[in-house]
Design a protein around this ligand. Sequence first.
Ligand code: SAM
Length: 266
Amino acid sequence: MIETFALDWLQQREPADHAARPEGLVPVLRDALPEPGSTAIRVTDLGSGSGSNLRYLAPRLPRPQHWRLVDHDRGLLAQTRAPCGGVEIERKRCDLAAEPARALTGDEALVTGAALLDLVSRDWLQRLLSVCFTQGAAVLFALSYDGRIRWSRPHPLDADVEAWVNRHQRSDKGFGPALGPIAAATCAEQLEALGYQVQIRPSDWWIGAEQAVLGAALIEGWVGAASEVCPQRAGDLRAWGDARARALASGTVELTVGHQDVLGWR
Ligand SMILES: C[S@@+](CC[C@H](N)C(=O)[O-])C[C@H]1O[C@@H](n2cnc3c(N)ncnc32)[C@H](O)[C@@H]1O
């Protein structure tokens, strides 16, 4: 089983993703990378999708850069373009699930990924990070969902929805039992145990009326996930979703979705 992600969804979330990312991690990452020179800094982006992580990071890092974009989805990879001068891209179609290191070339200065870690298992992550450590690569995993779905005004079903969504998050997404909400914390622990220096920063989404389209898509996904976990409450969940989407669109409620970014360097 492989998780697929629609291009529409990735395009909807990109502005919220970029707004949420902690700028404070960028100078720390820059210092961890080799001095810019004639040789390109080599970056591998795991689960690159249509290139959102590339579009955020490449303009913020020294150039020249060579990005290897890895995903199993040929259609998403075909959407990727170099976002600025001095950046070369290479697309690699690959199922990452079986062996994480398969996607690496061994000479990366940075191994990165965005909105990926919550899909993977503890064992998969451990194997990936061990290889990164051995080859001396810095590691940056952005936008891992951390289990917080917080509304500015409460609804009686909010806590149940959060719990059911979070239980669904732990189900297998093709990499073994998914880390879901504990992905970033687990990554930070594993990095520290290997001997990396680590920073972990919040990258929460804030969603108000102006982001109501993204909010409606999220709510729809949560209603589906929670209904799988608790089918006997599917009717209540549908009513909750309709009420929450209306309230978000009219500006009577705002939503925070917890995410974390983790940077490891040697
Ligand atoms: C939530 S999306 C994030 C995409 C992109 N990083 C972004 O921030 O927009 C997760 C990505 O992981 C990819 N993915 C999921 N399972 C995979 C697997 N087993 N092998 C390779 N890619 C996978 C999906 O195709 C998708 O592009």
